[in-house]
Design a protein around this ligand. Sequence first.
Ligand code: ATP
Ligand code: MG
Length: 417
Amino acid sequence: MQPLRGTKDLLPNEIIFWQYIYNKAFNLLSLSNYREIRTPIIESTDLFQRGIGNDTDIINKEMYSFNDQSNRRITLRPEGTASIARSFISNKLYQSNKIERFWYFAPMFRYERPQNGRQRQFHQLGIECIGSMNPIADVEVIRLANNLLYELECYNFDIEINSIGNINERNIYKKELINYLIKYKQDLDSDSQKRLYTNPLRILDSKNEITKNIISNGPSLKDYLQYSSIEHFHAVCEQLNYLNIKYQINDKLIRGLDYYNDTAFEIKTKSTGNQNTICGGGRYDSLIQELGGPNTPSVGWAIGIERLLSIIKQNIKIQQLNPTIYIAIQGKEAQIKSWEIINTLEKEKIHFELNLENNSFQKQIKKADKSGASVCIILGNNEIINKSITLKILNKGIQKTIVEEDLIKELRKLKIS
Ligand code: ATP
Ligand code: MG
């Protein structure tokens, strides 16, 4: 039996890294008043079609969709923002008329070709700042992405930022871009040829050298932006400069989801490899309204956890948690007695492991050695008769018998409690 292609088990030795990231995010994001949100993994397919846009890769070929028993069209969420926008509307959070700040840490599903840094079930840590048009909101979220990466000891990255303007500006630009590209249609890579009429803006971030060359001589989106879009973008850049957050303006940066406007950004690691984008985000002022809510400008980002971990894992020093005490028992009365000892250890917050095999003490002590514990508590008939406990200090091979009541005192002497 194997997990499905593109999915992975996260075993306990791996999960400690995930908990580390979760805790760092929780601590940092809480300070800026971001609160965790958990939305369902399944949503109506329609939500993503309306939210993400029909001519995008996600909708066209990456969705995990199925009909449920009542023939409803259901999709495993491919990203977090559409669900959170839906939740904002469903729960009428707009009624309180305040800025909502959310963060999430959750599995996402995309039917892609699995490779390094690209899975079918992957995880994103994301934030959404809902309800502000102010460029300060863009800066708040970019700053948090930057600071969270620093907090996680990830320093080797570039922030790329662009303004993709509003829908009118993009529509005018799109026409000009198509007019220009049509002349070179035969020379474009085949993906870009297909996108020419469906989603021409995506051609801008093509990786194909010939296509890139054609694009570089074509019209540039920034020349189609009007005053208010330019002003917004300037304000964001100015504040980032003030904060000394390094970024590069990349005027070819176009995000793969339709709902973005104005600020769009990505964070790329400088390490080699194809999947080096660890974070993507931007402003989405019309999404909530398009889904049936009130006009609610918003901005956010998502970090891919697997890609992030592949970079930072070697720098994280986390100790695997081994039990401190191993409890070896033999005989029914010793078994009963062990519950008392367990209660005491729990009260003292001492990590223990109870032997479950009821075989010879010799075998149990071997297990104790392997468990990584530093002390083995031995409880057999002798101990029951004498109301005593035998302690074996595992790495020293020292053994001593103590009176029951002295257990915690003895453990303290051994610096265990
Ligand atoms: P890419 O261009 O690599 O497909 P994307 O633009 O589709 O990325 P976003 O939708 O912006 O990605 O998601 C934000 C982040 O989530 C990405 O930067 C990446 O770190 C991570 N991510 C996206 N898709 C996957 C995947 N299939 N497997 C692992 N991580 C992913
Ligand atoms: Mg993708």
